[in-house]
Design a binder for this molecule. Structure first.
Ligand code: SF4
Length: 176
């Protein structure tokens, strides 16, 4: 199938690319992550993603948009449930692009991380699938998480230390 794969970052993309290619899919990566802050962090993750795509010959579409203002405006009154907005706002972009450009299906590398809200991601993707009439390619990639992280680490490219939004950066330190 011709699949549009939303990429949340390079490290989470590595094993997903490998698995989906092994299954015979024709993959394109799609970057749209308005949730990553502050700017230098956004830039570092995007650059690492672009470099990795080159290394593995992955065609990518990059929507280079640093969305600090839009993102924070939309989550500030619902910080405890902000991840749903985060998933939906990004994935809706993917789905619209997939629809307009005749992809057979969409998926997301968010499905590989044991730190993400897996069931919530599925729910959002299934809602978008029925809303836009484009197939959601689901697979539980979590068993490949460690392998993917190792594959990426071997490249020496930048690897992030927190989920992405400025609030997750705060939690990283407050938890210590
Ligand atoms: S914690 Fe992660 S998934 Fe949740 S809103 Fe922040 S960046 Fe998005």
């Amino acid at each position: 199938m011709k699949v549009l794969m939303h990429s949340c970052c390079g490290p989470c993309s590595a094993a997903v690319i490998k698995v989906l290619r092994e299954e015979g899919h024709d993959l394109t990566g799609y970057w749209y992550n308005l949730n990553i802050h502050p700017y230098k962090e956004y830039e570092a993750r995007l650059n690492a993603y672009k470099e990795y795509a080159k290394l593995v010959n992955l065609e990518i579409v990059v929507e280079d948009y640093y969305g600090l203002r839009e993102f924070t405006k939309n989550v500030i009154d619902r910080l405890d449930t902000r991840c749903e907005y985060c998933y939906r706002s990004r994935l809706e972009h993917v789905v619209k692009y997939a629809k307009e450009n005749n992809y057979d299906a969409f998926t997301t590398t968010l499905l590989i991380s044991p730190y993400q809200k897996h069931e919530l991601i599925i729910k959002v993707c299934e809602e978008l699938e029925s809303e836009y009439g484009i197939k959601f390619l689901y697979k539980d990639f979590r068993p490949y998480f460690r392998e993917g992280q190792s594959m990426f680490r071997e490249t020496g490219l930048y690897m992030q230390k927190y989920c992405g939004c400025i609030f997750s950066e705060e939690e990283r330190y407050l938890k210590k």
